[in-house]
Ligand binder design. Structure first.
Ligand SMILES: [Zn+2]
Length: 132
Protein backbone atom coordinates (compact mmCIF):
# COMPACT_ATOMS: atom_id res chain seq x y z
CA UNK A 1 0.00 0.00 0.00
CA UNK A 2 2.71 2.47 0.97
CA UNK A 3 4.81 1.44 -1.99
CA UNK A 4 1.82 2.15 -4.21
CA UNK A 5 1.43 5.69 -2.86
CA UNK A 6 5.13 6.35 -3.28
CA UNK A 7 5.02 5.18 -6.85
CA UNK A 8 2.04 7.38 -7.52
CA UNK A 9 3.70 10.49 -6.11
CA UNK A 10 7.02 9.83 -7.83
CA UNK A 11 5.10 9.22 -11.03
CA UNK A 12 3.43 12.59 -10.79
CA UNK A 13 6.74 14.34 -10.38
CA UNK A 14 8.30 12.40 -13.22
CA UNK A 15 5.47 13.30 -15.54
CA UNK A 16 5.41 16.98 -14.74
CA UNK A 17 9.20 17.40 -15.04
CA UNK A 18 9.82 15.27 -18.07
CA UNK A 19 8.62 17.71 -20.69
CA UNK A 20 11.64 17.56 -23.01
CA UNK A 21 11.00 13.93 -23.89
CA UNK A 22 14.51 12.70 -24.62
CA UNK A 23 16.01 12.57 -21.12
CA UNK A 24 14.97 10.10 -18.47
CA UNK A 25 14.96 11.19 -14.86
CA UNK A 26 15.16 8.86 -11.94
CA UNK A 27 15.29 9.78 -8.30
CA UNK A 28 17.26 7.87 -5.71
CA UNK A 29 17.58 8.52 -1.99
CA UNK A 30 20.82 10.24 -1.11
CA UNK A 31 23.35 8.35 0.99
CA UNK A 32 23.89 11.49 3.01
CA UNK A 33 21.88 11.74 6.19
CA UNK A 34 21.70 15.25 7.57
CA UNK A 35 22.11 14.84 11.29
CA UNK A 36 19.22 15.47 13.66
CA UNK A 37 17.48 18.18 11.73
CA UNK A 38 14.22 17.87 13.66
CA UNK A 39 13.13 17.36 17.22
CA UNK A 40 9.90 15.56 17.99
CA UNK A 41 6.96 17.19 19.74
CA UNK A 42 3.62 15.64 20.64
CA UNK A 43 0.82 18.22 20.55
CA UNK A 44 -2.99 18.05 20.79
CA UNK A 45 -3.92 20.70 18.24
CA UNK A 46 -2.34 22.12 15.09
CA UNK A 47 0.20 24.72 16.31
CA UNK A 48 -0.54 28.39 15.54
CA UNK A 49 3.12 29.15 15.13
CA UNK A 50 5.04 26.39 13.38
CA UNK A 51 8.72 26.55 14.24
CA UNK A 52 11.33 25.09 11.92
CA UNK A 53 13.18 21.97 13.08
CA UNK A 54 10.18 20.54 14.95
CA UNK A 55 8.08 17.56 13.93
CA UNK A 56 4.65 18.21 15.42
CA UNK A 57 2.71 14.99 15.97
CA UNK A 58 -0.87 16.23 16.24
CA UNK A 59 -3.78 14.62 18.09
CA UNK A 60 -4.73 13.00 21.37
CA UNK A 61 -2.19 10.57 22.78
CA UNK A 62 -3.99 7.50 21.49
CA UNK A 63 -5.21 9.10 18.27
CA UNK A 64 -2.64 10.97 16.21
CA UNK A 65 -3.94 12.10 12.84
CA UNK A 66 -1.52 14.67 11.44
CA UNK A 67 2.14 15.63 11.24
CA UNK A 68 2.96 19.32 10.81
CA UNK A 69 6.46 20.48 9.96
CA UNK A 70 8.32 23.19 8.08
CA UNK A 71 9.80 22.11 4.76
CA UNK A 72 13.51 21.35 5.43
CA UNK A 73 14.66 23.09 2.23
CA UNK A 74 14.17 26.50 3.83
CA UNK A 75 11.38 27.68 1.52
CA UNK A 76 9.27 28.48 4.59
CA UNK A 77 6.28 26.37 3.60
CA UNK A 78 4.42 24.45 6.29
CA UNK A 79 3.72 20.85 5.37
CA UNK A 80 0.82 18.82 6.72
CA UNK A 81 1.09 15.06 6.44
CA UNK A 82 -2.11 13.11 6.87
CA UNK A 83 -1.85 10.01 9.06
CA UNK A 84 -5.37 8.69 8.45
CA UNK A 85 -5.11 5.53 6.42
CA UNK A 86 -8.54 6.06 4.83
CA UNK A 87 -7.39 9.26 3.14
CA UNK A 88 -4.77 9.26 0.43
CA UNK A 89 -1.97 10.12 0.49
CA UNK A 90 -1.18 9.14 4.05
CA UNK A 91 2.03 8.75 6.01
CA UNK A 92 3.00 6.89 9.14
CA UNK A 93 5.32 7.73 12.01
CA UNK A 94 7.73 5.13 13.32
CA UNK A 95 9.22 5.45 16.79
CA UNK A 96 12.72 4.10 17.29
CA UNK A 97 13.90 2.69 20.61
CA UNK A 98 16.22 5.68 21.15
CA UNK A 99 13.30 8.11 20.86
CA UNK A 100 13.96 9.23 17.29
CA UNK A 101 11.17 9.18 14.72
CA UNK A 102 11.00 8.32 11.04
CA UNK A 103 8.19 9.15 8.65
CA UNK A 104 7.13 6.87 5.78
CA UNK A 105 6.92 7.09 2.85
CA UNK A 106 8.98 9.99 1.52
CA UNK A 107 7.62 13.52 1.14
CA UNK A 108 7.58 14.50 -2.51
CA UNK A 109 6.32 18.01 -3.16
CA UNK A 110 4.86 18.51 -6.61
CA UNK A 111 4.30 22.24 -6.07
CA UNK A 112 6.52 25.19 -5.10
CA UNK A 113 10.00 24.01 -4.07
CA UNK A 114 9.45 20.41 -5.33
CA UNK A 115 11.54 19.01 -2.53
CA UNK A 116 11.73 15.25 -2.19
CA UNK A 117 13.05 13.86 1.06
CA UNK A 118 12.71 11.22 3.74
CA UNK A 119 12.59 11.92 7.43
CA UNK A 120 14.74 9.21 8.93
CA UNK A 121 15.62 9.22 12.63
CA UNK A 122 14.88 12.94 13.02
CA UNK A 123 17.15 13.67 10.06
CA UNK A 124 16.51 14.60 6.44
CA UNK A 125 17.57 12.39 3.58
CA UNK A 126 17.21 14.19 0.25
CA UNK A 127 16.40 12.44 -2.97
CA UNK A 128 18.80 13.13 -5.78
CA UNK A 129 17.80 13.37 -9.42
CA UNK A 130 19.81 11.37 -11.89
CA UNK A 131 19.51 12.30 -15.53
CA UNK A 132 20.53 9.63 -18.00
ZN1 LIG B 1 10.65 23.60 0.52
Amino acid sequence: MIKKIMKLVVGTLYKSKNTTGSQKETQVPSKKLYKKYYTYESIEDIPDNVKPNIIYHVGENNFKWLVVLKCPCGCGDTLQLNLLKDTSPSWRVKFHTDGDVSIYPSVNRIINCRSHFNITKNSVRWWEVWIR
